[in-house]
Design a protein around this ligand. Sequence first.
Ligand code: PLP
Length: 406
Amino acid sequence: MMYDIGKIRADFPILGRTVYGKPLVYLDNGATTQKPRQVVEAITNEYYNTNANVHRGVHFLSQQATELHEASRETVRKFINARSTAEIVFTRGTTESINLLAATFCQSQMKEGDEVIVSAMEHHSNIVPWQLQAMQRGIRLRVIPMDDRGCLLLDEYERLFSPRTKLVSVTHVSNVLGTINPVAQMIATAHAHGVPVLVDGAQSIPHMPVDVQALDADFYVFSGHKVYGPTGVGVLYGKEDWLDKLPPYQGGGEMIQHVSFEKTTFNELPFKFEAGTPDYIGTTGLACALDYVSALGMDAIAAYEHELTAYATRRLMEIPGMRIFGESQQKGSVISFLVGNIHHFDLGTLLDRLGIAVRTGHHCAQPLMTRLGIEGTVRASFGLYNTREEVDALVAGIERVRKMFG
Ligand code: PLP
């Protein structure tokens, strides 16, 4: 299919709105993406026509809703090329997926003194869940350092392994630096030490093709809302062998086979990890979003965004005093920057007045800010619908603010 940006933008009604009387320039896609009409309509349609609780009903609507929900699981499976739908657990998002894994993996596979390796560029959601476990169970976090360009030091990574290493948990793409980490290589290294790997795919799934079997990832997690789907739904992919070894996370309906006051047996995968009524409307929306990006082609999206990000980098570098954080050769569609002595919060606030939505602050990666020796940055993050004109508006906006600050 042709990458027709005009047609694509027309699918996202919100992109046509104004803020403060200016056309909206939405460059906060790393935080969340806008939703195409198709996704909103799929959600509305299910509420209007097919809403019923799933899995437990004999009646027509319940069966139809169940079919939709399970078809969505199959769409996710195909999208990431998992072997089986048993390996696709629906969660509330990346954060819940990591918390689920941290709790169940640490409980069943780790003892005091064991270690989890994370990287210097993790989002708080791939740090704090491990720390909560560390407090309870006396396990330790080891951190892969990075160089000044924002690339992980793979020699140092290799040196972190010991017989105490039980898991590596690393982001595929940094939400601040844009660095695309060599996760296939890092997984191979971990496997050579007999250690499984969790990959945080929150910032990769929307931007590039991901094949969990080709990567040989043991666990892979992402959020629906960052890939043009609804909020409140996400995915934990896990190899069946691993998921089988882990205990349930939450208890309740759906995750059981048989309950008595003496003993409860648990449901098969993936339902063992899905206590309570799932967000079956959300999963329909997510599947619709994945169908939407698949129709455009993940390769085509990656190529388009790569070209746009390269253009934005060139244009931003023309601005005097511009400092871009993250200079990896392998970089996604995220640009974090500071300009002269202008505080990131002031720059973001003034850009907002021009209709330009960027994110400012520590981006939920305070340890990374400490490593960079800064408090925060301004971050422009692009999605499949952004344009060169929007990049030009950002550059003109920054120039305007810069002049205001003399
Ligand atoms: N991991 C990374 C790399 C992220 O960028 C984010 C969100 O910004 C998350 C995890 C958390 O995602 P969510 O808030 O959807 O659970």
